[in-house]
Design a protein around this ligand. Sequence first.
Ligand code: ZN
Length: 235
Amino acid sequence: MGKRTIASIFACLCIIPLLYTVLATAIIRITGFGIVKKANRTGIALTFDDGPHPVYTVKLLDLLKRHNVRATFFVVGEKAQLHPALLKRMHAEGHQIGIHHLQHSSSWLLTPGQLKKQLVETEQIIQEATGVRPFLYRPPWGFMNAASIPLAKSRDYKIIIWSHHFKDWKVASCETILLEGLRQVPEDGSIILLHDDGTNPGADDEAPDVMLSKLQIFLEEATAKGVRFILPISN
Ligand SMILES: [Zn+2]
């Protein structure tokens, strides 16, 4: 084998995994093909990832109820399985529940078969708790692979990404930029990414507590001003 052949094989071996992971995500995120980054109507959509959490999700549901705001929860299947009563409550109070993988795993590390298992098992856990089949899906970290769109299409899921986030998984950013960031989000179908659980790698355990205190101030101001809160896609 010549040096050129070896170099070509090496290049292919590098490009294929990149095409399956990073490039697939970049192409999908840039073109917007097959995903929703903004709702197509007036208002702001609040979305909460990584729960349910036995303390923070309860506080969040109480807060949303006080302000009569409906939101979307992208739940981790294994956590949802531990707290079916919280899923029941979300559903009963008019919130949407979507899939956020079984173990918050990155799609970049999953084969198409493993990704399908993450989706189907989480779907079943949500359906068992609420009686309703979920149709919304948000991949953890927004990372997708080349199988993400075909798999979502085959199961009739809408992939919901976001238009705004303020690094609310860190206590420091919750304290410095979150409230001002929320105040500046336009009411044009913006989808805001927030987190009601801080136990994932890279997040601060107590970040949701600070996020909730800022969200409370924001909701008091926003509801007094008549800001409309919407779901990314209607039921
Ligand atoms: Zn997440």
